[in-house]
Design a protein around this ligand. Sequence first.
Ligand code: GRF
Length: 214
Amino acid sequence: MKTIEPICVAAFASGRGSNLTAILRNIEEERLDARVVAVISNNSDAGALQTAREYGIPAFHLSRRQFDSDEAFEKTLLQTLTDAGAELVVLAGYMKMMPVRIVRAFKNRMLNIHPALLPSFGGQGLYGHFVHEAVLAYGCKVSGVTVHLVDAEYDTGAPLMQCCVPVLEDDDAETLAARLLTVEHQLYSEAIQLFAEKRVIVEGRRVRILPAVE
Ligand code: GRF
């Protein structure tokens, strides 16, 4: 079997960080060839920062509010990512718009995960339980998970992976969210692994996945 060099990943998260935890577990259990080199949060109370500290990963509370200007904030973000040696950036429940300067610096190397099948049920305001409530209110029979490249808008970057999840008759937002979350925890690591294996080719909005090399 071919040995794969672990890819250096920086994660941004604002909340509990269950996707970050899943990534770290998948690394520990050798299902993912990656190293999390930094965790950044706009929220000092984020569970994700606590998890990072428990794992001995550099954890940074960086919020626009700590800085006098957008420029100073963005410079620090970029420096933090560069110093950590980040090759790939993953947004895992990051509730802030990523500054365009950082998006550009990591063009086609920044991912987000969204708990619906984009382009449906995405965009500003559609996060957390709002997504699932909207899916249920529409009467959808399926929802799903999208891992996509990040561009300068909310949830509009090209999809890398999508996975359908059924909506069950007696679902509420909570039960649907829980079913989706178990898929998220697997799919995000699979997406990162594709980058580790250098199998991602971006052609405009079509993101091609090359076959695995034996
Ligand atoms: C996930 O549902 C993810 O799809 C969305 O935000 C949520 C983050 O959850 N972008 P967690 O903080 O990883 O538990």
